[in-house]
Write a protein that binds this ligand. Structure first.
Ligand SMILES: [Zn+2]
Ligand SMILES: [Zn+2]
Ligand SMILES: [Zn+2]
Length: 343
């Protein structure tokens, strides 16, 4: 199927998004290739189980996700493939290392020490069961004394050479190339594991972006995720968000969102208080994806920090949006109260 301008890269993008959805939802945590006799190592069957039916371009997407630090590649296997076409379907063909003939057989070799002749054992055997040297005609007496016997050697019927191991050729069942061992390509096969820390930070970025757009929907101006405001001290103070009302020079609120899994301490509250105070915003909001203990909640209250405690990330978004909606409403009411007598 050819769609002009929508080549492999467009399809790869769709596949990558699909994989990212599976990764972020936790459904895909590890991808181990399985060996399929027809196609070799493949990641498609485990993905098919997760609903990904078209996995063309998958390996490039997996390498990309590994480069981006989302997946970690671990060596799973090492296989030899055809040096010309990359097929794993190789037929092993043993040949004589001297002349390349396939016409050889396994035999046992006798070396007659008395005359120095060596040849296959069958040439020494007589119908009576005696062993006679075919070169000098003497009878062999005792192994290790006047002759040596070496089992499991190969004798080439074409060139007459003995050898202990045949040379192996690898005939490609797909393109027909006869590969020597050196012609083969060694392919490293990887399994991929999701890196949880990276996913957590991606999830947090998603959460913060969602929160920012929800706050904008309230009609407020949002700087961030990652905003700086120049404090009264002249120092730039960093917050997750700085929120302003249109036309208002003083920030309505500075907001820090505490990452999941981070244990808040009293010093953290003090540090937040210090920079929020310096930033001269009306509200100092500290949003947590958990609940805070009573003692720290008291401390936050004494510092004038507005706490948003929640039961998780989605709840956090809802509660921060709700709070800002209330604050914006309250601020507008105050403005109306102030301006009313002057009308
Ligand atoms: Zn040979
Ligand atoms: Zn002899
Ligand atoms: Zn091939």
């Amino acid at each position: 199927m050819e769609l002009d301008g929508e080549g492999p890269s467009r399809r790869d993008d769709a596949l990558k998004r699909r994989l990212m959805d599976l990764i972020l939802s936790g459904e895909l945590q590890e991808l181990t290739p399985v060996f399929d006799p027809d196609v070799g190592f493949t990641y498609c069957p485990p993905l098919r189980d997760l609903g990904v039916l078209d996995c063309e371009g998958l390996e490039e997407v997996l390498r990309e996700l590994a480069r981006e630090g989302i997946l970690r590649a671990e060596l799973h296997d090492n296989i030899a493939v055809c040096g010309r076409c990359g097929s794993h379907r190789l037929v092993i063909r043993p040949v004589c290392p001297y002349c390349g003939s396939v016409n050889f057989r396994r035999t046992t070799v006798i070396e007659h020490l008395a005359c120095g002749y060596s040849g296959p054992e069958t040439d020494f055997r007589t119908p009576s069961g005696e062993m006679i040297c075919p070169k000098c005609g003497k009878r062999l007496r005792a192994i290790g004394v006047d002759y040596l016997r070496t089992a499991d050697v190969y004798l080439c019927s074409d060139c007459g050479e003995f050898f202990s191991l045949p040379e192996l050729k690898f005939l490609c069942a797909d393109c027909g190339k006869e590969n020597s061992f050196k012609d083969l390509r060694i392919v490293r096969v990887y399994r991929y594991k999701v890196i949880p820390e990276k996913i957590r930070s991606l999830e947090e970025a998603n959460l913060l972006n969602e929160l920012a757009s929800r706050i904008r929907e309230l009609g407020l101006l949002v700087e961030g995720p990652g905003a700086k405001v120049r404090g009264v001290s002249g120092i730039g103070q960093g917050f997750t968000f700085v929120i302003k009302s249109p036309g208002e020079p003083i920030p309505l609120a500075v907001v820090d969102v505490v990452p999941a899994g981070r244990q808040l301490k009293e010093e953290d509250l003090l540090r937040f208080f210090a920079k929020a105070f310096d930033a001269n915003a009306r509200y100092w909001i500290l949003a947590l994806p958990t609940r805070l203990d009573d003692r720290l909640r008291d401390v936050a209250g004494r510092y004038g920090i507005t706490l948003v405690e929640s039961t998780g990330q989605e709840d956090l978004v809802e509660k921060v949006v709700q709070l800002l909606r209330d604050l914006a409403f309250k601020e507008r009411l105050l403005e109306e109260d102030h301006s009313y007598p002057e009308r």
